[in-house]
Design a protein. Structure first.
Length: 497
């Protein structure tokens, strides 16, 4: 390889360094001419007066085996000053010494800058979001345009393109948070230009309005975008990864109120729970709402799992192993938990739970959802429906739908420990671990959690039946609610729900 800078006899003033005065004084002539600076840098002056900085050099050989002569253009004066041109010349010479062609390096750098500006934080974030949500943002934006910008996760079927580990609710929450708090501030910046101090500034603005948990969630989501960008070759660092220490600590999670709070022993707790069930079922409302309340009390699942419960998730209802299998994608947990092949949560169904389902089938058996919305049988029951029934029953602020899980855990664990100690053992009962499985708590050890998720089903079925017998002993059959008034008459208590 032959590489060198070359001299050009047509360049005027070879050996005499230029200065700003000489450059400014260079006027156009009938023919283009060149004025030398130093180190093969020269100023080319065109007939129209355009003054450009150039350098002649040789790199490689031509078809005849002779050194290939080339010209490199750095920029035009006055946009590029003499000092800047000299710096570019020195960089080109370094590239030549390293065996690289400065002209090729210039093209590569220009292309990299173009790609960098195309890969804005928002564009990379959109690709990360589509991968994880399964949504097509093109379809979503078209839907928005047709509906005056309005949209909801409930209509996500219009823009879902692929199955994904994220639920529609979570996907909507992620997108709204990014569009509200992140993209307006840094969305148009190249992802490589977003540094830790700038991102921290954005997150701290969220903190200042009191949304500390939101700030932490946004940091996590930004970290996911950067991680995606690194894997795709769009950036090399993840400035969001180390910002947890710079944010305020998350507030402690507020405990969900349960009717068993403050009650002494499982007997008193169970009595309070049963009385609450009686009071709420005595209220006037849709029968399916009362069925849902009894079903969540019997199964101790999370409220959102009740809202989305489907008839096709039920198995062997007339056999020896009746169970409700909740898909992993609908369970609480991170993306890994939701995407596990064997991550479905199995809920053994007691005799009383089957009775509730049999009654509910008469109302909603022809629809996909077991407990659908009152207004649209193809949409889930509102997250506020069960809470409203508890409030009407007189238990507002004392018990929420999630409180049934605390009641089940508290009462059944205490009973298990008592039975364990009665046999001469000390410490906690081994049933505690099984009760945890029934509650589908997210374990710290994910491998162990996946292994145990469908374990101990026989014992879980026994505990589920024991709980049902305790909770609904001497209760009326669920069918009693069918055909009953769902509102109070205007001439009665005056309440209309």
């Amino acid at each position: 390889m032959v590489l060198d800078v070359v001299s050009d006899p047509s360049i005027h003033g070879i050996g005499i360094m230029l200065n700003d005065a000489k450059v400014k004084a260079a006027k156009p002539r009938d023919k283009a001419y060149k004025i030398a600076d130093s180190g093969s840098l020269y100023l080319n002056v065109s007939t129209t007066g355009v003054r450009s900085w150039r350098m002649n050099y040789t790199f490689g050989r031509n078809d005849k085996g002779k050194p290939q002569q080339k010209t490199l253009t750095f920029g035009t004066y006055p946009a590029m000053t003499l000092v800047q041109a000299r710096k570019q010349r020195d960089e080109a010479k370094v590239q030549l010494r390293e065996g690289r062609d400065p002209a090729v390096e210039k093209v590569v750098a220009a292309k990299a800058r173009t790609i960098e500006h195309e890969n804005t934080f928002r564009s990379v974030g959109d690709r990360w979001f589509e991968l994880n949500s399964g949504w097509s943002l093109e379809r979503l934006n078209a839907y928005r345009a047709e509906h005056n910008g309005k949209w909801s996760h409930r209509t996500a079927r219009h823009w879902i393109a692929n199955r994904s580990p994220w639920s529609a609710v979570h996907s909507a929450d992620v997108l709204v948070s990014l569009e509200r708090d992140i993209y307006p501030a840094i969305g148009d910046l190249p992802i490589t230009a977003v540094k830790a101090p700038k991102l921290l500034e954005v997150l701290q603005k969220v903190e200042k309005r009191g949304a500390i948990e939101t700030a932490h969630r946004l940091r996590q989501r930004c970290a996911g975008i950067f991680a995606y960008g690194i894997g795709a070759g769009m950036c090399e660092a993840n400035p969001a990864a180390g910002l947890t220490a710079n944010l305020k600590d998350k507030p402690k999670t507020r405990k969900q109120p349960s009717i068993v709070d403050g009650k002494r022993g499982p007997d008193e707790q169970l009595a309070a729970l049963r009385q609450m069930m009686v009071d709420c079922e005595a209220e006037r409302c849709r029968a399916s709402t009362k069925f849902a309340l009894r079903f969540i009390a019997l199964t101790a699942v999370r409220p959102n799992e009740i809202h989305g419960a489907r008839w096709d998730e039920l198995h062997d209802l007339e056999g020896d192993d009746p169970r409700w299998v909740i898909p992993a994608a609908r369970m609480k947990g991170d993306e890994d938990r939701k995407s596990e092949d064997n991550g479905d949560h199995v809920v053994p169904l007691s005799r009383q739970a089957l009775e509730v389902l049999e009654a509910a089938r008469q109302l909603t058996g022809q629809f996909p959802l077991i407990f659908p919305s009152e207004r649209n049988p193809f949409k889930p029951m509102s997250e506020n429906t069960l809470r409203a029934l508890l409030i009407r029953g007189g238990y507002g602020g004392r018990h929420v739908p999630h409180g049934f899980r605390a009641a089940f855990s508290t009462i059944m664990n205490e009973r298990a420990d008592r039975a364990w100690r009665a046999t001469g053992h000390t410490g906690a009962s081994p049933d505690r671990a099984i009760i945890d499985l029934m509650l589908a708590h997210v374990p710290e050890n994910k491998v162990e959690g996946a292994y145990n998720r469908a374990s101990y089903l026989d014992r879980r079925r026994e505990l589920a039946q024991e709980w049902a017998d305790l909770l609904t002993a001497d209760f009326w059959e669920p069918e009693i609610h069918l055909g009953q008034p769902i509102r109070y008459a205007a001439t009665g208590k005056g309440r209309v729900f």
